[in-house]
Design a binder for this molecule. Structure first.
Ligand code: C5J
Length: 225
């Protein structure tokens, strides 16, 4: 495709001006522990099917994005094996029987290098695609994401992944404050809670797009052809 072209993608609250050469696909935390049956998310009583419905749309978008030669960045939420970057309050909040760093169904929970912390095979990063290991909810906090985007001339992000109201929303807000325009395809983001899925997206596009734009993958795919 001609990456210098500009396309208007149908979105809410109004069409998104897509500059392919300046736009990265940022896939948030599509990790085994959040999405796979038997993982940490399900162990906490969550319905992982609410997240798994995003896998197919993400696969289609990622394939088209790669075929167009555009930039892809992945993130993973997790901590150092020695837990030195884990705020003590994050460890104990929720009062669940098992928490970050404890042995879980797929290794130590949300610890870098453990099986559950890794990205699901369906969306596994290819060589050359940066993977941002983030200790917080937002992908900009305590990471080199902003530097990578600036060095690569990126001014726009298509943000996908999980969960809509937590790490996706936090990242979109952080990106907005740093001057990036964000487009969020609703079928490529997921929440364990249907209400939060709905309201998480409404919050992004409210008030004339206070944090960004919302669309679906069907509206983006033709712009990648
Ligand atoms: C993410 C979480 N990725 N819900 N984490 O949203 O704790």
């Amino acid at each position: 495709m001609d990456t210098s072209s500009v396309t208007a993608i149908s979105a809410e609250p109004y069409p998104f001006e897509f500059f392919p050469a300046k736009c990265a696909l940022l896939i948030i935390d599509m990790q085994r522990d959040f999405l796979e049956p038997g993982g940490f998310g399900e162990m906490l009583g969550n319905d992982v099917s609410q997240l798994r419905r995003t896998i197919g749309p993400n696969q289609a978008l990622l394939a088209a994005w790669r075929a167009a030669g555009l930039q892809v960045i992945h993130t993973r939420e997790g901590h150092r094996p020695d837990l030195a970057d884990l705020p003590p309050e994050k460890k104990v909040r929720g009062k669940s029987e098992k928490s970050i760093g404890d042995p879980g169904p797929m290794g130590r929970i949300l610890i870098r290098g453990e099986a559950g912390h890794d990205i699901i095979p369906e969306l596994y990063p290819e060589p050359g695609e940066p993977v941002i290991d983030k200790p917080g909810k937002g992908a900009f906090f305590a990471t080199d994401l902003h530097a990578i985007l600036q060095n690569r001339g990126i001014t726009q992000l298509v943000v996908t992944g999980v969960t809509t109201e937590v790490c996706v929303n936090t990242t979109v807000r952080e990106a907005n404050d740093r001057g990036y325009n964000c487009l969020v395809p609703s079928d490529c983001v997921g929440s364990y809670f249907p209400d939060f899925q709905e309201w998480g997206l409404k919050m992004i596009k409210a008030q004339g797009g206070i944090f960004g734009w919302v669309t679906d993958s069907a509206a983006i795919l033709p712009a990648l052809a």
